[in-house]
Design a protein around this ligand. Structure first.
Ligand SMILES: [Zn+2]
Length: 295
């Protein structure tokens, strides 16, 4: 959304920079936790004021991440994109500073060598393409776009069967990169390089992936939509509203929190509002996100 929202984390030799397209969007908590009432936030007061309001509403960002390691320049997800016709007015015909933010990091679109989409929802694939003379063309012409084969096949099936409420983003954000020959179809345990590996985290979508970073003794995970909000670290077993398979999503989140709680693994949330990343630490009988520099 603007250069002032850029934030960079160092994970060993990897620099992870967040590019925000929608900043601190406020919505009902039930958009993250299925059928939850606002008073559930009162059980997790550490979320206020950064992630929730005292009235029990939540904040989320829409953002992507650019990774620098050595000469590599890797995009993890590509946000919503410009000029789109979308189901929700807020995301329709957006004009944001996404590419200018990238330029402020000294990165041109042509410098990006890899684009990884954690899954194929519209808010993770938008800047795969942009509009040039009325045509959708790849934004990152020198990149290999990594898409899970099974995830892609699932979305083709949904399009063929009318099985999803709004699917026109495939035509403007996915089809053009496939037709340009820029896609490598991968498995959900793919390794981008020695330091960057995918972590299968199914449930939100059938073959959703998170991204595990490991460099010089430091570790981090970029969540994708395995979770949308830090309250899901405290309540991982609660069904998530936007998970296509709610029991599987809850099992994935619960296993994720069990694996990384009490470890020095930085959890970077793809939809977390500021500060946006932290460690899973004890909180009474449960767990919470502890963001560096915060109480
Ligand atoms: Zn999302």
């Amino acid at each position: 959304m603007a250069v002032e929202h850029l934030r960079t984390w160092k994970v060993g030799e990897i620099e992870v920079t967040r590019i925000v397209e929608v900043w601190k969007w406020e919505d009902d908590i039930w958009m993250a936790l299925h059928e939850a009432r606002p008073d559930i936030v009162a059980t997790q007061p550490w979320l206020i004021p950064d992630h929730c309001t005292p009235e029990g509403r939540m904040f989320i960002n829409f953002q992507a991440f650019v990774l620098k390691i050595g000469a590599r320049r890797i995009m993890i997800d590509t946000c919503i994109g410009a000029d789109r016709d979308r189901e929700f007015p807020v995301f329709t015909h957006m004009r944001t500073t996404f590419l200018a933010d990238l330029a402020s990091l000294g990165i041109r679109p042509a410098d990006i060598d890899t684009v990884l989409c954690t899954h194929l929802h519209f808010d993770h694939v938008g800047w795969n393409t942009h509009l040039v003379d009325g045509r959708w063309v790849p934004t990152f012409p020198n990149a290999r776009y990594l898409l899970s084969r099974q995830e892609y096949d699932h979305w083709l099936m949904l399009r063929d069967t009318g099985g999803y409420h709004a699917i026109n983003h495939l035509a403007d954000s996915i089809d053009p990169v496939v037709e340009a020959g820029l896609v490598d179809f991968i498995t959900p345990d793919h390794r981008i390089c020695d330091e960057i590996r995918l972590l299968p985290t199914p449930g939100h979508t059938p073959h959703h992936v998170s991204v595990h970073l490991s460099s010089a003794g430091q570790e981090a995970v970029i969540t994708g939509d395995m979770m949308h909000h830090p309250i899901q670290i405290a309540l991982p077993e609660h069904p998530a509203t936007f998970d296509m398979d709610k029991p599987k999503g809850a099992a994935t989140r619960t296993g994720f929190v069990r694996r990384f709680r009490g470890t020095p693994t930085l959890i970077i949330g793809s939809h977390f509002a500021d500060p946006g990343a932290g460690y899973i630490v004890p909180n009474g009988a449960g767990w919470r996100l502890q963001e560096p520099g915060k109480p």
